[in-house]
Design a protein around this ligand. Structure first.
Ligand code: F6P
Length: 417
């Protein structure tokens, strides 16, 4: 028991029969933090913020089951991210509510990536410009009304920025890192990423056979705003011929040279995977639209078609484009994400009970720990230029749309494929 006694509290045991288990379960000890008595935290609220991703329900389940079973803490679900906190859409979550959701895509709570309580759009001026107000106080009133002692916020850097003022306002927050892009600074992995990679890889495999049959170039656009983790990882996993990521600006001449050599005298087809945030050297990202009410107003999209146009114009090859977009965010999490999500959820509760305050659960070198909630503010975890996967892919002849391939030729010789 690590010296911490957990008394059965049948009156707060929503399942009735669970009390007996709780006595036997130790509170995990991960640090030197002063241990909180479970009695000091009676109720937690949980919300999912930002874009959805596979594994959100697995985290909700892990948090709620750990809270209810291990600590007999009551759990309240907040609907549609911070919007539900503003609008007082907060409901109790029972053990049964979170049973059977491990494999479900999306989030049973709903989410929102257009809502920041510190800058909440309350209307529009006569010029059509949005009017913003700080409604943190309203959220705090709602939390007090439901007697919620701590918040578990599952989200990306945007959600953590939204959550931070609540710690200052007096409610504890523990964050859990989410995004398919895997670009959250401070953690080596976010849940949802591996499922997105798996989905993209399956799609690229399918494009492979049709490209081969028709002797075409197939360009596949995947998500990844400023970090090319999905494109890089799925590109390598599928054996894509060219991988374009935001971290390596591409050159039209390098694309032309590489695709021409594959189409003429090479295999006669090519697979190009391009992250939505990929850019031409000296160029700008391709913006699909701007959402002025969103804390993160830029929505990217369309670079796949631009790259296809470049290839068509410069090589005369027959080209088709597929944009996977939100397909990557949907569906059931793969096994690795279910496990990651379960570990993150469990760990969040463990550190909450250890007395952690305003912390983000992370994994570094395969070990779970926690860092300041705002560790990722203004920073992103980009693909390093010397990443082992880039080096390996280049060695196998994969192009990154730059002229590096030719400089890397064996014994300093120039190579083409
Ligand atoms: O951050 C996750 C992400 O899926 C990005 O890859 C993408 O650019 C963005 O969200 C899309 O957001 P929305 O759901 O608002 O279109």
């Amino acid at each position: 028991m690590h010296g911490v006694s957990v008394r059965p509290r049948a009156e707060r045991d929503p399942m009735g029969y669970i009390g007996a288990f709780c006595e036997a379960l130790p509170i995990p000890q991960h640090s030197d933090r002063p241990q909180m008595s479970p009695e000091s935290i009676h109720r937690i609220g949980i919300l999912t913020g930002g874009g959805d991703c596979p594994g959100l329900n697995a985290v909700i389940r892990a948090v709620a089951k750990t809270a209810i079973l291990q600590y007999r803490i009551e759990v309240f679900g907040i609907e549609d991210g911070f919007q539900g906190l503003i609008e007082d859409r907060i409901r109790p979550l029972s053990f049964r509510d979170v049973s059977g959701i491990l494999t479900r895509g999306g989030t049973i709570l709903g989410t929102n990536n257009r809502c920041n309580p510190s800058r909440w759009c309350t209307g529009f001026g006569s010029d059509g410009a949005p009017i913003f107000s700080d409604v943190t106080g309203t959220c705090m009133d709602n939390l007090r009304k439901h007697r919620i002692d701590a918040l578990i916020v599952i989200g990306g850097d945007g959600s953590m920025k939204c959550a931070a003022p609540f710690v200052e306002a007096g409610i504890n927050v523990i964050g859990i890192p989410k995004t398919i892009d895997n670009d959250l600074y401070g953690t080596e992995i976010t849940f949802g990423f591996l499922t997105a990679v798996n989905t993209a890889t399956e799609a690229l495999d399918r494009l492979h056979s049709t490209a081969d049959s028709h002797h075409r170039v197939m360009v596949c656009e995947v998500m990844g705003r400023n970090a090319g983790w999905i494109a890089l990882t799925a590109g390598v996993a599928s054996g894509s011929d060219m991988i374009l990521i935001p971290e390596i600006p591409f050159h039209e001449s390098a694309i032309e040279e590489f695709i021409s050599s594959r189409m003429n005298g090479g295999p006669g087809f090519a697979i190009v995977v391009v992250a939505e945030g990929a850019v031409a050297a000296g160029g700008q990202q391709t913006i699909a639209r701007i959402d002025p009410t969103s804390p993160d107003p830029v929505r990217l999209g369309g670079i796949g078609n631009r790259v296809a146009d470049i290839i068509r114009a410069r090589t005369k090859a027959e080209v088709r484009t597929t944009a996977l977009g939100h397909v990557l965010r949907g569906g059931a999490p793969i096994a690795a994400d279910r496990i990651l999500a379960t570990n993150f959820g469990y760990h969040a509760l463990a550190i909450l009970l250890e007395g952690a305050r305003g912390r983000l659960v992370v994994r570094e070198n395969n070990v779970f720990s926690d860092v300041d909630l705002l560790v990722s503010a203004g920073k992103q975890r980009l693909v390093p230029m010397d990443h082992a996967l880039i080096t390996a892919a280049r060695a196998l002849g994969t192009s990154f749309g730059d002229h590096e391939l030719h400089r890397l030729g064996t014994r300093g010789q120039s190579t083409t494929v």
